[in-house]
Each structure stands twice: as C-alpha cells, then as structure tokens.
Ligand binder design. Structure first.
Ligand code: PEP
Ligand code: MN
Length: 360
C-alpha cells in the first residue's frame, strides 16, 4: 500500500470517528429528552423490553462485516451509557446543591438552622410529666437553648416498654416551650397525626426507624412546618437523600437532616457515628445537617469530643438528650445527660470556641 493511500485511509477514519461522535451525542440528546418525559410520568428509566426491541432491530439490519454478537455487544454498551446519562440527571434532585447553591436556612420561630452558628437541640428522650419538662426546660433556657425536644410517640423496640404519652405529651411539650419562649420538636410516627401535631409543635421529627416510611414523608411534605429527618439505622446517604426528596417533592423544603449513627458490627457505641456523612451531605445538598450525639454514641463519656468533631466537620447543630433525673428516665436512661452535665458540656464547648457564634 502506498504511503499516500495509508494516510488517506487514516484521515477517513478520523472523519468517521467524528461522525460517530456526533451521532452518539445526537442519540444522547434524544435519550435525555425521553428521560425527562419519563421522570415527569414517574416511569422507570430502564425498560428491558424496549431495549430488546431496539437491539433486535439493529441486529436485523446488520450487513457486516461486524458479526451480530459484536454489534449486540457494542449497542448494549451504548444503551448502558445512555442509562448512566439518565441516572446523572436523576441526581439533580430538588434537595441537591446542583439545583440550589446557597444553603437553605430553616426558620423555626426566632431560630435559624443552617448557614450560621450551630444550634443546640435539647430535652429529654421522652416527655414524661409536666414537672419533668418544666425542670428540664427552665434549665435549658437558662443556658440559652431555644429548641426543646421531647418524644411523645416513642418507637420502642419492645411493645412492653414505655410508648410515650401521645397527644398529651405533645401538649405538655408545647405548653412548656411556650412558657419559656422556646420552640419545640417531637417525633411523629403516623401520617394521619402530622396535621394534628402541627397545632402543638414547631418541627416535625421523623425518626430513624421511619426514615423510609414513605407515607409519613409525604404527609410531612404536605404541611408547612420544618421537618427534622433522621438517618435510618441502616440507611445509606443516598437513601437519606431520597427520603428528604420525598418531603421536598411535596413542596416542603424546610428540612433539617440528622446524622444519628448507623448500625455496624461495633459494640462500643450504641451506633457508629458516620462523621463523614456530615460534609458529604453538606456537599450534596443545600439542607442543614445536625448531629445527634446522644443516639449515635449512647454514652455520656465521649459526648464532648464527639460534639466537637461534629461541629468541626460543619454540622449546623447538635441534638443532646437531657433529663432532670436520667437514672429514672422512662427511655434512654443511660445516655441522657443530667442538667449539670449538660451545663458542663455547653461550657466546655463554649470555652474551646466551638459555640463561638451560637445563639446559645
Ligand atoms: C429520638 O430522637 O427520640 C429517637 C428515637 O432517635 P432515633 O430515631 O434517631 O433513634
Ligand atoms: Mn432517645
């Protein structure tokens, strides 16, 4: 073969490569458009029947020199890449940073969560009595805490354990908070209770065990109250993000994410705090992220370093369970700080500069 012919063939090949590139990208644009239509209809993006039809058509038209199997393989690769393209687009969720670059600031009464100083959320595991809530709230308010927690519907492992005071608990929590000029958060476990709960509480908590209770997520997305969404016991970060998207997709973007530890083989702590989840969530979403130092560790002796770590990696707040008499608490007795221990924790955090700009 002459040198010129060789060069000519090579330049033809270069041209064909560019043609293939153009055709591939034209195909990708069509796929994207179809993907958008599918997401509007909620249709599954991978459609094996359609894929087989397309492959059969292409192979049927194959005149060689490539054998059918090679064509099948090459087109399979193209289909796969197209699906990947659709998956990329799917990642552009409402809660994603790709959609909104500024931090979402969740307004809870006078308090802002996200984009500023870390917020401390504290109170007992469960609302037990008026006296208990009064003792805890007045102490917390004295420490400058504004967001009071307390469970009224308790998702307990054993049905024989204290299940919470229900609506009565919400009333006690709400009245106590109001009396002290505080706002309050409590876990709701049933979709049908969400609207009722809005009369009493300022933030709806969706607990770890209910992170994928999709009806509850939809109900919380349908009201105009901030939602504190805790990561499921064995949920991946992606699953937490999709759970938050359920809420956002119903029109409620006032969502606070909570890393509260996940199940691992480690027994030294109640759960394993996934500290890297905090910067990842902050990177992936515009939502504020808080860390529950009580349910993650399940122990008081490492709360200070864990709280510091959480703030150091960018948490927008902490959840700390506090009880006036932890030893006799009806739930989570072991991990709740007494009032003095809470003050010590706050002082240590303040003194080491971790709550410098905090309202607390
Ligand atoms: C709680 O905050 O009261 C609670 C039950 O936590 P979690 O859902 O994270 O276990
Ligand atoms: Mn608890």
């Amino acid at each position: 073969m002459s040198k010129e012919r060789f060069e000519e063939l090579r330049s033809q090949l270069d041209e064909v490569n560019l043609e293939i590139l153009e055709v591939l990208n034209r195909r990708a644009e069509l796929v994207s458009e179809i993907g958008l239509l599918k997401s509007g209809k909620g249709t599954e993006r991978f459609d094996p029947i359609r894929e087989k039809e397309m492959l059969d058509k292409v192979v049927g038209a194959n005149k060689g020199p490539f054998p059918d199997d090679t064509i099948r393989h090459l087109f399979k690769q193209i289909f796969q890449a197209s699906l990947g393209l659709q998956e990329e687009e799917k990642k552009s969720l409402l809660i994603s940073r790709k959609n909104k670059s500024q931090d979402t600031v969740v307004q809870v009464g006078p308090l802002t969560v996200g984009g500023g100083a870390p917020v401390i959320i504290s109170g007992p595991c469960s609302v037990e009595t008026e006296g208990q809530m009064e003792a805890v709230a007045s102490h917390l308010k004295g420490e400058g805490i504004l967001l009071l927690r307390g469970g009224a519907y308790k998702p307990r492992t054993s049905p024989y354990d204290f299940q919470g005071l229900g609506k009565e608990g919400l009333k006690i929590l709400s009245e106590t908070a109001k009396r002290h000029g505080m706002v309050c958060v409590s876990e709701i476990v049933a979709p049908e209770d969400v609207e009722m709960a809005c009369e009493y509480i300022d933030v709806i908590q969706i607990g770890a065990r209910n992170m994928q209770n999709f009806e509850l997520l939809k109900a919380a997305g349908s009201v105009r109250k901030p939602v504190l969404l805790k990561r499921g016991l064995s949920a991946t970060i992606e699953e937490l993000l999709y759970a938050a998207e359920y809420i956002a997709s119903r029109g409620n973007d006032q969502i606070i994410l909570c890393e509260r530890g996940i199940r691992t083989y480690e027994k030294a702590t109640r759960n394993t705090l996934d500290i890297s989840a905090v910067p990842i969530l902050k990177q992936e979403t515009h939502l504020p992220v808080v860390v529950d130092v009580s349910h993650s560790t399940g122990r008081k002796d490492i709360m200070l370093p864990i709280a510091k770590a959480a703030i150091a990696v960018g948490a927008d707040g902490l959840i700390v369970e506090t009880h006036n008499e932890p030893a006799v608490a009806l739930s989570d007795a072991k991990q709740q700080l007494d009032l003095q221990q809470f003050s010590t924790l706050m002082n240590q955090l303040r003194q080491s500069g971790f709550l410098k700009d905090a309202v607390q």
